[in-house]
Design a protein around this ligand. Structure first.
Ligand code: KG4
Ligand code: ZN
Length: 356
């Protein structure tokens, strides 16, 4: 079934990790409200997201966040055409809160419920509040849990070209930041520290390319290289691994230089593989998404790559890079246009749909 109207007003919910978010979006593009309640303060002392704390915080926040999204959009539930939530991937206890909320609202109002894949939705961030793009496109998602390249014939037609074989880019940034003594969430802080480095880079860390034709990523090698650069060569003492130094022995200037070298190696690998994906597919559009797209160097490098190759680059504005609900509505709108919805027995799943 296709709809006899192409206009939708969708209420979208996101709760996959440590942000509780809701948005009201018209036609998958015009963002009427985009409310995000972050939990960073709750997880900071643990140096990472604690799933049990995250799901409890989602429970406390989900209703006020949804109410605020509706009121900021000056919208009542009577005006909503469909309710959507990210159903995968993410922390199960967290996802369940948003999915249950969306299903309950859909059931009680007799509305379609549309579940979306959160990783795929990240690719839509650059299409919010923007002109439509030309297909086919290459999609690059770099987030806390995923680093993937897709060939896309449309918002719903994706095939996976490559993905990380170990850490995701965001995860690597967070772990590197922690080694550099920066507090959680470390990715943005490492980026800020790297910006303060002056002078040329030495290319100290390996740019992991695997085989040239491969579109997979690997970031564990550069992470280990950083660890050894900070703490020296490890040696075994009985059952313990002992390092020569600690981060406290590294000067502020050297920390900034190491942050810049690390960022350079990660970004260079992302750019190299994205270039190969564009060459292999011949696509003239590049959609980038996920929290790591907030990285200043990655934004600069993607911009210069696409200027040079005459590619239409869609880099999301900051609020649409990091976790948000508006991007879920962009995917849900496409499914709504096709008359698709999901059964209320649909539930949260920990992994993304398109895996190797
Ligand atoms: O997309 P996102 O908000 O959540 C997931 O779906 O994972 O991505 C969060 C990730 C974190 O690892 C965070 O450190 C990273 O994005 N990140 C950054 C920057 N801003 C956020 N990494 C590097 N540089 C940044 N400026
Ligand atoms: Zn995300």
């Amino acid at each position: 079934m296709t709809r006899n109207t192409s206009s939708s007003r969708i209420l979208a919910i996101e709760s996959s990790c440590d942000e509780t978010a809701a948005a009201v979006v018209i036609d998958g593009r015009r963002v009427c409200s985009n409310v995000v309640a972050t939990q960073h303060d709750l997880h900071e002392e643990y140096g990472g997201v604690v799933p049990e704390i995250a799901s409890r915080a989602h429970l406390e926040r989900i209703l006020p966040v949804v109410r605020r999204a509706l009121s900021e959009a000056e919208t009542t539930l009577d005006q909503i055409d469909a309710v959507t939530a990210g159903v995968r991937p993410g922390l199960i206890g967290s996802l369940l809160v948003g999915v249950s909320m969306a299903k309950a609202l859909a059931w009680s109002r007799g509305l379609p419920f549309i579940g979306v894949d959160h990783v795929e939705a990240h690719l839509m961030g650059g299409l919010l509040e923007a002109e439509p793009v030309e297909w086919p496109a290459v999609g690059l998602v770099v987030s806390g849990g995923h680093s993937s390249l897709y060939a896309m014939d449309g918002p719903l037609e994706l095939s996976l070209l490559g993905a990380t074989i170990d850490d995701a880019a965001g995860e690597a940034f967070d772990k590197a930041a922690s080694m550099l003594g920066l507090p959680y969430p470390g990715g943005p802080r490492l980026d800020e520290l790297a910006e303060t480095h002056e002078g040329p880079l030495e290319g100290r860390f390996p740019v992991s390319l695997l085989k040239r034709a491969s579109l997979d990523f690997s970031f564990s090698g550069v992470k280990t290289a950083l660890l050894y650069a900070i703490r020296g060569t490890p040696r075994r003492e009985g059952s313990r691994t002992v390092f020569e130094r600690s981060i406290d022995d590294v000067s502020p200037a050297d920390r900034a230089a190491l942050a810049a070298e690390f960022r350079e190696a990660v970004v260079r690998a992302l750019i190299r593989k994205t270039t190969v994906a564009l060459e292999q597919t011949g696509a003239k559009t590049l959609l980038a998404g996920g929290g790591v797209v907030a990285n200043r160097l990655l934004r600069r490098e993607l911009t210069s790559l696409c200027t040079e190759k005459n590619i239409d680059l869609r880099l999301p504005d900051m609020p649409y890079c990091v976790d948000n609900a508006a991007m879920h509505a962009a995917v849900a709108h496409e499914r709504w246009l096709r008359g698709e919805s999901d059964d209320l027995s649909t539930t949260a799943q920990p992994t993304t749909r398109r895996k190797r």
